[in-house]
Design a binder for this molecule. Structure first.
Ligand SMILES: NC(=O)c1ccc[n+]([C@@H]2O[C@H](COP(=O)([O-])OP(=O)(O)OC[C@H]3O[C@@H](n4cnc5c(N)ncnc54)[C@H](OP(=O)(O)O)[C@@H]3O)[C@@H](O)[C@H]2O)c1
Length: 388
């Protein structure tokens, strides 16, 4: 750029190729499309997908690429048709897949429905930790279990449900699961799922979580009735889950929030003989007289094949693996999922708490690479975030 140029530039933190390294480059300030907004990022969250993209090119269409799926910041520009936001609004947002829509850059462009006003009680760092895990948890419930989320789907007056805290306009109570096992209740998706199940199904539903004992208090605070040590060997795990289920009969539904059924969450969910006998034993925890629902989050390109591997004679209603963006499309009202979350947090009487502990691992785009290496080492009930 010439020193006299008036071009407005922004910085992007790009992975130059699969495996890295990262590099900071400058590009033209983006122009939002008619339904888009430009956000000046103040904080970005680090997600397992960022590592999978770097290591395996997952969801990457071209190199170099901008990663990052969660951001919080201040709106700087809006498209012609955008009415919900104006310059200066503090927001949190799902980011897109790469390019100008990735989060790891100064300014991110997203469709307006990806964003919501930042809840007043949350910092930018806290707000950045939520969109992806909240949307994915919503999809696991809406699509994976076919259970309504009243604060998204019902008219605004029903934001918090009916007199009993539940609102199901067209879903007979008899069809709703009365007990749900969340595999990975302390993960980001699990911590969101527990809370949303409580909102959707009310105080009477029994929620069980598998997690490390150190996170029991965390999961109980977010709505679990009982936590089971995820390190138990399978037979002990099954016995403990059944023991904690209503009447010790087993649960109505399982949500796998972390790819727990797969021997290797990043690899095929089956062994060399094309089966996953060990993983599938978890289905013994389903009540044989119940609806036998199974919902799983997509954790790898192999997740979809798991659904096909579950033997039909088990009689399990297996949903296709879910991903966060599904929430926008899967039900009428899905496009307002983000704005309704902001209302639920600010006006919802604590019905949706910050799902994870937030750890700020650095300041500035250049801190992201080291933050991702820290994430690779593993996290527990924690979201790593970089301040910008
Ligand atoms: N498809 C999508 O749209 C989408 C969106 C977001 C994430 N994902 C994927 O979903 C998975 C979870 O993402 P996340 O961000 O929620 O993860 P995360 O919070 O980073 O996961 C860490 C947590 O997982 C728990 N965990 C790990 N293995 C477990 C197991 N076998 N059983 C029970 N708990 C286990 C750990 O529990 P303890 O510390 O208590 O032991 C830890 O708290 C990742 O594979 C991610 O790539 C998919």
């Amino acid at each position: 750029m010439s020193p006299h140029s008036t071009r407005r530039l922004v910085r992007q933190y790009v992975a130059t190729k699969q495996g890295g390294p990262f590099q900071i480059i400058q590009v033209e300030y983006p122009t939002p499309g008619p339904d888009e907004i430009c956000i000046r990022n103040r904080a970005v969250a680090l997600n397992p997908l960022d590592i999978k993209s770097l290591d395996h090119g997952m969801m990457v269409r071209k190199w170099p690429e901008v990663f990052g799926i969660d951001a919080a910041g201040v709106v700087e520009a809006v498209g012609d048709r955008v009415t919900d936001f104006k310059a200066g609004d503090a927001v949190m947002s799902l980011a897109g897949f790469g390019g100008q829509s990735g989060a790891f850059q100064d300014v991110t462009v997203v469709p307006a429905h990806f964003a919501a006003k930042k809840p007043s009680a949350w910092t930018f760092e806290e707000a950045a930790s939520v969109p992806l895990i909240y949307l994915t948890a919503s999809a696991a419930i809406l699509k994976g279990l076919s259970v309504r989320l009243p604060f998204i789907q019902d008219p605004p007056k029903d934001l918090l449900g009916g007199p009993d805290g539940i609102s199901h306009i067209d879903q007979p109570a008899a069809q709703l699961p009365k007990s749900v096992l969340v595999l990975g209740g302390s993960s980001g998706i699990g911590s969101s799922t527990l809370q949303l199940l409580r909102v959707a199904l009310g105080p009477g539903v029994t929620l069980l979580s598998t997690n490390s004992p150190a996170n029991n208090a965390h999961c109980l605070k977010l709505g679990a009735n009982t936590c089971i040590d995820r390190s138990y060997e399978m037979d002990k795990l099954i016995a403990a889950i059944k023991d904690a289920s209503p009447g010790k009969q087993g649960v109505d539904a399982i949500i796998d929030a972390v790819g727990a059924l797969s021997p290797n969450p990043a690899g095929p969910p089956v062994d060399a003989n094309n089966n996953n006998k060990d993983g599938f034993k978890i289905f013994e925890t389903l009540n044989k007289d119940g609806p036998k629902l199974f919902s799983q989050v997509m954790t790898s390109p192999h997740s979809a094949s798991l659904a096909n591997q579950i033997p039909a004679e088990m009689g399990i209603k297996v949903a296709q693996p879910v991903f966060g963006r599904m929430t926008f499309e899967v039900v009428p009202g899905g496009m307002r999922a983000m704005s309704r979350l902001a209302e639920l947090v600010d006006g919802g009487g604590g019905k949706f708490k910050l799902p994870l502990n937030v750890e700020v691992v650095g300041k500035g785009l250049e801190s992201i690479g080291a933050g991702l290496e820290k994430l690779r080492g593993g996290v527990s009930a924690t979201k790593l975030v970089v301040s910008l």
